[in-house]
Design a protein around this ligand. Structure first.
Ligand SMILES: O=C(O)C(=O)C[C@]1(C(=O)O)C=C[C@@H](O)C=C1
Length: 358
């Protein structure tokens, strides 16, 4: 029996299954369209429902597909179904090919329209002015720490957090030609240069200039126009600017991850496994911070992040960015927040949202 003869029964089965998947996908899409009609002018994107669907599919998955793989497929299906209801516009820190765009696509899927912005501020502004539906903004990197501008904007924005995205950051060395010979300069964002310092020390001549630019995607754009230059950027940027990958995953820290928040104009209801982000200011007196945190211990609420930052307005010395487990409507979280309100000089709930699933 030839190889093709052996493959044939499997391929016939796959053809039949694909036809069945196609029929079911369109059936699913029709239900989404019906839901879209019922929602009318209301909110189409429902983060809590999407998280529940993704978790359910992962729990039911018998394999051999991995739980990550089924979630990715389901993510793509829901993204296309949502676009039939109404396509979403997602603002992100551009230009095209940034990790923030990658995070936006990871969260909303390929069917969302992503809109590059020249600054984090512009992304917030577009959503506040209803010119975009959501903004995805970097909050902290596991090796480089917080993104100050995002934190400062969280203090004043009327937008609500409705999701989080954790993205593993992989840096690639890119160039327009497929050779590491005679690279005179490397363009990258300052954080990327820092995250790849040891690799650059070991692998490129000492005299190679390291030039910090506004974003990794900008670095890729510059390298695409200069054959003596290389750039550190993402695979997405390599693809977008048609650059060769000279070295893959050159980051010094293999678990390098950036966390992003997704913000929109609406509050999100409970998905059953949520987080709440808040900002508090403590009065400037001894023991104040300890007092602030006591309600979480009293009501058995776990804290996943605590970060202090000098207050910009000068009203308080420090503001604290706190993430806790649970939704603000959960009884224990609500009780802790009420107690916290009484002790703090300032309390702002940025939002409750589903914990990242993929
Ligand atoms: O359940 C809904 O509200 C839908 O619109 C359907 C659906 C889906 O495809 O499952 C699509 C978009 C929403 O964000 C959530 C879920």
């Amino acid at each position: 029996m030839s190889d093709n003869d052996k493959l044939k029964p499997h391929r016939d089965a796959i053809d039949q299954i694909d036809s069945e998947i196609l029929r079911l996908l369109n059936q699913r899409a029709s239900h989404a369209q019906a839901i879209g009609t019922l929602k009318g002018e209301g909110i189409v994107y429902r983060p809590e429902r999407e998280a529940i669907v993704l978790r359910r599919i992962q729990e039911q998955n018998p394999g051999p597909l991995s739980s990550q793989a089924v979630a990715r497929l389901q993510r793509a299906i829901m993204s296309e179904c949502l676009a039939l209801e109404r396509p979403l516009t997602i603002a992100y820190l551009g230009p095209q090919g940034t990790f923030t765009q990658q995070a936006a696509i990871k969260h909303f899927g390929q069917a969302a329209q992503t809109q590059p912005c020249t600054s984090i501020d512009e992304g917030f502004r577009l959503v506040e002015a209803q010119q975009a539906d959501y903004v995805v903004t970097p909050i902290e990197n596991s090796t480089e720490g917080s993104v100050g501008r995002s934190l400062d904007l969280l203090v004043t924005t009327p937008l609500k957090a409705c999701g989080e995205v954790n993205l593993r950051i992989h840096h690639q060395l890119l160039r327009i030609i497929d050779s590491t010979e005679n690279i005179t300069k490397v363009y990258a964002h300052a954080q990327a240069l820092a995250q790849c310092r040891s690799w650059l020390d070991k692998n490129l001549p000492e005299q190679t200039a390291r030039i910090a630019v506004a974003s990794n995607a900008e670095a890729a754009r510059l390298a695409a126009a200069d054959s003596s230059a290389a750039a550190i950027a993402s695979l997405m940027a390599a693809d977008h600017y048609q650059l060769r990958i000279l070295a893959q995953n050159i980051e010094d820290e293999p678990n390098n991850t950036t966390r992003f928040l997704v913000l929109g104009r609406n509050v999100t209801t409970s998905s059953g496994r949520d987080k709440t982000s808040l900002i508090v200011a403590a009065p400037n007196k001894a023991g104040a911070v300890h007092d602030l945190l006591q309600p979480f211990a009293d009501h058995h609420v776990s804290m996943t992040k605590l970060e202090s930052r000098p207050s910009r307005g000068g009203l308080w010395e420090y503001v604290f960015f706190i993430d806790i487990e649970g939704h603000q409507q959960d009884a224990d979280v609500a009780a802790a927040l009420t107690a916290l309100q009484q002790r703090s000089a300032f309390l702002k709930i940025i939002g409750s949202y589903p914990q990242a699933v993929i």
